[in-house]
Ligand binder design. Sequence first.
Ligand code: SF4
Length: 366
Amino acid sequence: MSPTIHPNRSIYDLDRHEWAELLQGEPQYRIEQIWTGLYRQFSTPAELTNLPKKLRETLTEKLPPPLLVSQEQTTDDRKTIKWLFELPDGQQVETVLMRYRTRDTVCVSSQVGCAMGCGFCATGQAGFFRQLTSGEIIEQVARASKRLKLLGGPERVSNVVFMGMGEPMANYDAVTEAITRLNSESNIGARSFTVSTVGIVPGILKLADFPLQVNLAISLHAANNELRSELVPINKTYPIEALMDAVERYLDSTSRRVSFEWAMMESVNDSDADAEQLSELASSVDAHVNLIPLNPTPGWPTRGSSMQRVREFQEVLAENGVNATIRDTRGSDISAACGQLANRTGQVGKGRRNVVVPSVSSHLPS
Ligand code: SF4
């Protein structure tokens, strides 16, 4: 067999050509056995009992190790599982599986940390460490799918949302490569992917031309530039006017509905006046709004809005003809908002910094 694959890649980074090289001297059908194992059964070659034992052992030596479970938490109702995975270089990322009545959604990370610096987000507070490869993103979906099956659920997750650690549009190529491969090889429908962004305009414009019809979610959180620049610093580079132009271009190109994510923060962005401003923006592009009460996090000055305020806010939107859904804050008992678990353990950017930030997240799984 050919030389060892670079250890800092996921086995899901290998394409068929690289598998063929790695399996030189083996019958041709081995490639297909492994490929099917990876993308349909979500099993590593070591777990594939249809491979000879000797081959499994040799592959295990040569291949990068699978994601290591550094921590795992399950909610009391067992409907949400959150993992802190350790990558081969010691960095860590979070992945959340959320089981609903009609779907099973996995929320994946796209970067280790995040450079966007949203002040109220645990991941943003810790800073940016590195991009994830497409294989590392796919592997998160594979691990969640595998668990789902073990729990007696369907063969694979039904939905994939890029709302974990990182800004997906700042790692555009890896994110779209992961979507493309999961769509073609694991049969996850294009419309079952949601890419969430805080408003990276060039990324939105590129996504407008992406051949697969994925969903776009904009983490808006404020409908005027003054407040938005405070909450989401990238707004200084891409202010609301530029963002809305990009959304319109996306709509022209895809005819797909966009959603606005709005993390409800008490006395920050939850007044009737905020709802009126949001209504105007949402109506102009027929966006659906998701209202997300922030996960409670002790020690951080900004608190999530009360459920009563969230409902009143929703009523103002409804009066203005804007559809809004109140999302449940899945897993608040297990630090399910992005960056919370990693920061709690001080493991984001392991080896470089050790930041413990009591915080909340805006890229919230829905
Ligand atoms: S909210 Fe999203 S974009 Fe902002 S810092 Fe957190 S992970 Fe990054």
